[in-house]
Design a protein around this ligand. Structure first.
Ligand code: MN
Ligand code: MN
Length: 466
């Protein structure tokens, strides 16, 4: 790995721990690598806004880089590079190294590729007082009021009764229409503004405007709706009943952009957790290693890692088992000696809301990838809390490859909280720790990250795999 080392300035020996800013430690060469990696990443999040889109985009890329598609039961041997498609929503890449996995375990990085959004209900379409809408049910933890009065794009699939599938993506290209959730004008918003933020907009008010033009060519009672159905039939060959077997999501139609006069930040939808998934994917492609390494990109983290594509699914365990069986290794020994990075974002200290952070233990933007020894809330509830021994091992790895990194917890002890997939992996008797990119305005339609932290996270995962 050529580009892994940052040019460490010589420092005086000191007994104190001081957090480093990424830019203190790099030269122009690394600075160019940061810019190039950021450009690639921006294109990636613009092209892939749902787990299905990430899955198909990265599956193609993996295959073009020499990975072979894997199915359960296939033979696995040393030096194999395989990619496993989990129901078009999760993706696992693995490379079998020359080292004995019973002795040295497997190195695993897990990130999730679903993000908070507004899902469309199964009977969505209705007409009311001059407009046509979709009914929705939001996905993941959102502040509902943030999703009104912004341009939305629709992504997803419609599976017809005969099993044929129509991929839908509309609202991303300049000449395509976008969609919209109404909010109240301030002139009539006096009573609304008195309400608590969580009830300013209710779940049932998150209805998406999809049209407003009646057709008088036929005698339908609902003339806007019948016109929309006609358009849907022409464009996608679907009828209203096909919504029953569809998965459609509204996501912000914004493009990811550079933020700031110095271009140092990236604003975009769904950094959580594509900003870790992309470095995880790139690092397994780019790293030569004697270890056996796995990059897992999983679904459903935002709603509790449930279902057969989420981290709690047996499918990921089954894959580990298949690898061990095929290599004739004892899976219990392999798991006991493996290490995993649960690659997920953390909350960056926000100078506009300093009260919710304890600054000494907060993630600072541009101070590098961030380790959370534990997550959880109010007394570490629900956290797997990585061992000091594991943290020491990671320190060693990061020091060896000059990774600029920091450590943090999510907000003040009594206030904060949140979980990741770490605990589900740790439950398998695998040493697991959370490491990822600090984010400002997490779960908002437009989130903010630092390019330095994005690149440092890529370096961290390369170092871990190496
Ligand atoms: Mn996340
Ligand atoms: Mn999240």
């Amino acid at each position: 790995m050529e580009n892994i080392g940052v040019n460490n300035k010589k420092e005086a020996k000191s007994f104190s721990y001081v957090k480093k800013n990424f830019y203190e430690a790099i030269d122009d060469k690394v600075s160019n690598l940061v810019d190039n990696f950021s450009k690639e990443y921006i294109n990636f999040i613009n092209d892939c806004k749902t787990e299905r889109e990430v899955n198909s985009f990265l599956l193609k890329q993996a295959l073009s880089c020499g990975y072979k598609e894997y199915n359960f039961g296939d033979d696995i041997k040393v030096n194999d590079k395989k990619v496993f498609n989990v129901r078009n929503k999760g993706l696992v890449l693995f490379k079998i190294g020359s080292e004995d996995i019973e002795k040295n375990g497997i190195r695993i990085v897990v990130a999730h590729i679903d993000s908070p959004r507004i899902d469309i209900k199964q009977v969505p379409l209705y007409e009311s007082d001059g407009l046509c809408f979709f009914k929705t049910h939001y996905y993941g933890g959102i502040k509902k009021y943030q999703w009104t009065a912004i341009p939305l794009a629709l992504h997803g699939v419609v599976v017809k009764k005969d099993g044929s599938k129509v991929d839908i993506s509309i609202g991303e290209k300049e000449d395509e229409p976008v969609f919209y959730i109404n909010d109240l004008l301030p002139h009539l918003g006096t009573a609304q503004m008195e309400q608590k933020a969580k009830s300013v907009i209710s779940g049932e008010q998150l209805n998406i405007v999809v049209g407003g033009k009646p057709s008088y060519k036929d005698n339908d009672k609902e003339k806007i709706k019948s016109n929309i159905l006609k358009i849907l039939n022409e464009k996608y060959g679907m009828i209203e009943e096909d919504f029953l077997s569809s998965e459609l999501s509204a996501v912000p139609a914004f493009k990811a952009r550079n933020v700031g006069f110095d271009y140092s930040l990236i604003g975009g939808y769904g950094h959580d957790d594509r900003v870790c998934a992309y470095p995880a994917f790139k690092s397994i492609l780019d790293t030569e290693s004697e270890h056996t390494v796995i990059c897992m990109l999983v679904d459903k983290e935002e709603i509790g890692s449930e279902g057969n594509t989420g981290m709690k699914s047996k499918v990921y365990e089954d894959l580990l088992e298949e690898i061990c069986l095929s290599l004739n290794k004892n899976i219990r020994k392999v798991r006991a000696n493996s290490m995993c990075i649960s690659a997920d974002v953390t909350a960056a200290f926000d100078a506009n809301f300093p009260d919710v952070y304890e600054k000494t233990n907060a993630a600072m933007l541009s101070c590098g990838t961030c380790m959370n020894k534990f997550t959880g809330a109010r007394g570490k509830s629900d956290s797997s809390d990585a061992s000091a021994e594991l943290v020491a091992k990671i320190r060693q790895i990061f020091e060896k490859y000059n990774v600029v990194w920091q450590t943090a917890e999510l907000g003040k002890v009594d206030l904060g909280g949140g979980g990741t997939v770490a605990k589900y992996i740790a439950n398998l008797n695998i040493d697991t720790i959370d490491i990822g990119v600090p984010v400002i305005s997490m779960h908002a339609p437009y989130e903010l990250i630092s390019k330095a932290d994005l690149y440092s996270t890529y370096q961290a995962f390369c170092a871990f795999f190496k």
